[in-house]
Write a protein that binds this ligand. Structure first.
Ligand SMILES: [Zn+2]
Length: 78
C-alpha cells in the first residue's frame, strides 16, 4: 500500500516546480526513534533497558532475576 507521501508525490510528477517544493518541505514520515521499541520482555517497561548479552530486561527485572541467571557478587559484600 502506498503512503500519502508517495501518492501526492506521484500526482505532482508532471509539475516540476511544485514537485521540488513538495520534496523540500514535506519530509517522508519515518518510524520514530527506536528507543521506545525495545521493551522489557518481563514487564514491558521501556525505560532502563538492558540489552547487553541479549538480556532484554529492565533494570528492576534484572535485579530480581539476575541471581537465577547466574550473576553472582564476589568480594567483601558477598
Ligand atoms: Zn521489566
Amino acid at each position: 500500500m502506498e503512503t500519502a507521501f508517495e501518492r501526492i508525490g506521484k500526482n505532482l510528477k508532471g509539475k516540476p516546480a511544485k514537485y521540488n517544493r513538495f520534496l523540500k518541505f514535506s519530509k517522508h514520515k519515518t518510524q520514530p526513534h527506536d528507543a521506545r521499541t525495545r521493551k522489557c520482555v518481563r514487564c514491558n517497561r521501556a525505560e532502563a533497558h538492558i540489552s547487553v548479552h541479549g538480556l532484554n530486561y529492565c533494570r528492576e527485572c534484572f535485579r530480581e532475576v539476575a541471581y537465577d541467571l547466574g550473576f553472582r557478587k564476589y568480594g567483601k559484600e558477598a
